[in-house]
Write a protein of this length. Structure first.
Length: 397
């Protein structure tokens, strides 16, 4: 193992700030599931929230800093105080500048908040949605029905919002490949939270870009939880759902929106682009062993997973190659080119915190550039340097 990586891992395990941020992030996620973190005034508090408050107070007292006096004040810290201004000791570069655990306009957990929550081993499966997808994969594997698995993943990507009637009728609809997975939809689609409801119009509004539900802000606007939608400019209104439409509005649960639907949308778009270039692409092979299996004319086969993380350190800590089946020659983690624009040191921080040399990290633009050159020249993958300037396709996000 690289000595620098050993040092960073030691610092990680020794840093009290790591334990504190995990605890507070988990508490904010738990409060959001129970209702609204911004309304954390009812007692008794959830166990995770009380533990996070106690940990924060103790840390502040040890560092002779003023602690939050209540859980509502801790929520205010999470929404209004950037993490690099908290009185905590952290390994270097683990918190992006001005990053927070809650969005100030909505008091909902940020993507970074979920990243810290899944960094804790005891909550990783719960807050990443791994359990739900494992159940889907196991059933499809037993039934030898990969088409059903892909249909389920595509549904989560394309339809994060369904009415209750759609939820009940989709599996039996003509042309549906969902097979026996219909009952599992009720585990991953839940009644839309009241925080997304326009109380005057008694309706929900979807995002025209990602099709998730928009969230009313404290300033009277609409906000989308997906970074790529907010960066596209003014949030665009999509379909409007009456609160009681066709039995009520159902929303894909947040862990699956973040860890399955959002990267799945990126993988689907990237797969379409690679296919146009001339590569053979299979989405979610081996019942979701990894995101895409990409085969080029020279025979090189890549295992590709799309990742869109706020913290390169937290992403680097999770770096590990995917299962060897279906087989591949090299594995890549692909991030949106926009992440490097926002954080020029993203790649360097990722490299410092990763425990192994695999997978390789590449942007969507770099992969598309490499694919175009490889197919056009018929050269081996190893001879292509994705960083060399040339035809530069636009990044997907």
């Amino acid at each position: 193992m690289n000595p620098d990586r050993t040092v960073h891992m030691a610092r990680w395990s020794e840093a009290d700030g790591v334990l504190l941020l995990r605890s507070v992030a988990t508490a904010m996620v738990r409060l959001s599931e129970a209702g609204d973190p911004g309304a954390a005034s009812a007692v008794p508090y959830p166990e995770e929230a009380q533990r996070a408050l106690n940990t924060t107070v103790l840390t502040c007292l040890l560092l002779k800093a003023r602690p939050p006096e209540s859980l509502p004040e801790l929520v205010e810290w999470a929404a209004c105080r950037p993490l690099d201004q908290w009185p905590v000791t952290l390994p270097p570069d683990v918190v992006p500048p001005e990053a927070r655990l809650l969005y100030e306009a909505t008091r909902q957990p940020t993507q970074l908040c979920y990243e810290w929550a899944v960094d804790a081993e005891d909550s990783a499966a719960q807050y990443s949605g791994q359990h739900h997808m494992s159940v889907v994969a196991q059933r499809c594997r037993e039934e030898k029905y990969p088409e059903a698995y892909r249909a389920f993943r595509l549904l989560l990507v394309r339809r994060p919002v369904l009415t209750h009637r759609e939820l009940a009728t989709l599996p039996a609809a003509a042309g549906s490949d969902l097979g026996s997975l219909g009952d599992l939809l009720y585990d991953v689609y839940q009644p839309a939270p009241a925080g997304h409801l326009d109380r005057e119009r008694r309706s929900y509004v979807s995002c025209a870009h990602c099709h998730g539900l928009l969230h009313p802000t404290t300033g009277g606007g609409l906000w989308c939880e997906q970074r790529r939608c907010r960066e596209a400019g003014t949030v665009r209104r999509g379909r409007e759902y009456r609160a009681d439409e066709n039995g009520g509005v159902q929303l894909l649960i947040r862990p699956l929106r973040q860890w399955v639907s959002a990267p799945g949308l990126m993988e689907k778009r990237l797969a379409d682009q690679l296919a146009k270039v001339g590569a053979e692409v299979e989405l979610w092979p081996g019942f979701g062993a990894y995101g895409m299996r990409v085969r080029f004319p020279d025979g090189t086969t890549l295992a590709v997973d799309c990742k869109d993380w706020t913290s390169p350190a937290l992403l680097g800590r999770r770096a590990a190659p995917p299962p060897p089946d279906p087989p591949y020659d090299r594995c890549l983690w692909v991030i949106p080119a926009g992440r490097l624009r926002d954080h020029p040191g993203f790649r360097e921080v990722f490299e410092r915190y990763r425990p192994s040399a695999s997978p390789e990290l590449m942007t969507d633009r770099e992969l598309l550039r490499t694919a175009r050159r490889l197919v056009a020249a018929g050269r081996p993958y190893e001879d292509i340097d994705p960083a060399v300037p040339g035809e530069a396709p636009e990044g997907l996000f």
